[in-house]
Design a protein around this ligand. Structure first.
Ligand code: ARG
Length: 474
């Protein structure tokens, strides 16, 4: 058998795991199996995890105090090197973990080789990813908070601005722009709750599960969990190294956020069109056309709408990645990082963009009010009026429907009909009908919890502000 040990007499061409290998890794396979191209993003978490591990090993007597001090000092110096762009990452060293460990030994000598006592890259990477996700959840919630506040501010500004409410994208009943903004707010408040809930299950420490079965040294898993700010150590070592539910949960919560942002974006795009003309966005959020000189395109909401697919895709990737995986760690799991990184980046950009966009919305109140009064949008109010005059709702609906058909055929709105014309459909209609047919009357009538009346919108704003105060990021 040929011995392909390298010049230094090391096996596996100097790999940290090279002991049992006599052949060096194929160069394609080296590149194919490496993750350092993307997991460098976990360097901070990796070093924090290693420092906690070394601290605990010294406390439990596995390492001497002096050894731990050297290791920790070395890790801190490596962190500084990375942050100042002095660190040379090597694909041959496969991933962020082995790059840092090799650099540690190169820097502090033999004692560096003791850091990996009682742990494995399997619990290490799971720990790093949880630390990363935890931090990013906090960042996402802070961005979400800004956006939610912006919506409440806008709702307050436009609490009395009448606009058409739609079902099937057909004029349905008048609402206010403020009420509509608070509908968006509700979606995002649920999103915040989902992130907060997901964070609880993220914040569990896999460290000490080692490769899969735990470690044969007197390790203190509660201590490393505490040092890293985790709530508790994971209860089962096999589950600890294999679980990626937390990443899937983040992707699921993130997918819903993107679904919501895409719905918001879609409405902004529609409302900005000449056909709706409800809102305008400042030019700094728009772009022009290279051929049509008149164009001012809502690129930002369009792009947010478009980026939704990426995040939804990452959710499916992660679900599929985990499907049918046997316990415990499998190399498949290396594929969890790129979707997680990209979904976090995408969400942060989109939430930030939305947070900037919302306060900049300029409402065309006149156009919205005019549109709200069109297409017999207060027909339900006429039916309700007839009910209050004693008709059963179904009969009132029928009489109103016939009135609407009559008005539409003559190109009139309901309030433009004469009492004589109304009399052809119901004798119950009197001159007081005109007041309830106005858009203001219609909105004001929906005066109960959750309704569109401006007074109710103001009460909802007070509730939203209280919820915001409670979830304010530090
Ligand atoms: N780069 C690997 C990952 O991202 C680290 C863990 C590797 N563990 C192993 N047993 N090969 O999952």
């Amino acid at each position: 058998m040929s011995d392909k040990r390298d010049k230094k007499g090391e096996s596996g061409a100097g790999k940290l795991w090279g002991g049992r290998f006599s052949e060096s890794t194929d160069s394609f396979i080296e590149r194919f199996t490496a993750s350092v191209g993307f997991d460098v993003r976990l360097y901070k978490q990796d070093i924090a995890g290693s420092i906690a591990h070394a601290t605990m090993l010294a406390e439990t007597g596995v390492l001497s105090e002096a050894e731990a001090r050297q290791i920790i000092g070395g890790l801190e110096a490596i962190r500084a090197d990375i942050e100042q762009g002095r660190f040379r990452w090597s694909v041959a060293l496969e991933d962020v973990h082995m790059n840092i460990e090799a650099a540690l030994t190169a820097r502090i000598g033999e004692v560096g080789k003791k850091l990996h006592t009682g742990r494995s890259r399997n619990d290490q990477v799971a720990t790093d990813l949880r630390l990363y996700v935890r931090e990013e959840i906090d960042a996402l919630r802070a961005l979400l908070w800004k956006l939610r506040s912006a919506l409440v501010d806008l709702a307050e500004r436009e609490a009395d601005s009448i606009m058409p409410g739609f079902t099937h994208l057909q004029s349905a009943q008048p609402v206010t722009f403020g009420h509509h903004m608070l509908a968006w707010y509700e979606m995002l408040e649920r999103d915040d709750g989902r992130l907060a809930d997901c964070r609880k299950r993220v914040n569990i420490s896999p460290l000490g599960a080692a490769a899969l079965a735990g470690a044969s040294f007197p390790i203190d898993r509660a201590r490393t969990a505490e040092l890293l700010g985790f709530e508790a150590p994971a209860a089962n070592s096999l589950d600890a190294v294999s679980d990626r539910d937390f990443a899937i949960e983040l992707a699921a919560a993130g997918s819903l956020i993107m679904t919501h942002l895409s719905r918001i974006s879609e409405e902004l795009v529609l409302w900005m069109s000449a056909q709706f003309g409800f809102i305008d966005l400042p030019e700094r959020f728009c772009t022009g056309s290279s051929i049509m000189p008149q164009k001012k395109n809502p690129d930002v909401p369009e792009l947010i709408r478009g980026k939704t697919g990426r995040v939804h895709g990452h959710l499916v990737s992660l679900l599929t990645l985990m499907k049918s995986q046997p316990l415990a760690y499998n190399k498949d799991n290396q594929e969890d990082k790129e979707p997680v990184f990209d979904l976090v980046d995408t969400l942060k950009d989109c939430l930030f963009a939305c947070g900037e966009l919302i306060p900049a919305i300029e409402c065309n109140r006149k156009a919205m009010r005019e549109a709200a009064g069109k297409a017999c949008a207060t027909a339900t109010d006429l039916a309700d009026y007839l009910v209050r005059k004693g008709l059963a709702f179904r009969d009132a609906h029928e009489a109103t429907g016939r009135t609407v058909a009559f008005a539409l055929a003559r190109g009139k709105e309901l309030h433009q009909l004469t009492l004589d014309e109304f009399a052809g459909f119901s004798k119950l209609i009197e001159s007081d009908v005109y007041e309830i047919l106005t858009v203001d009357g219609s909105v004001a009538a929906r005066d109960h919890f959750g309704g569109a009346a401006p007074g109710q919108v103001r009460k909802a704003i007070v509730r939203a502000r209280a919820a915001l105060a409670e979830s304010k990021p530090d």
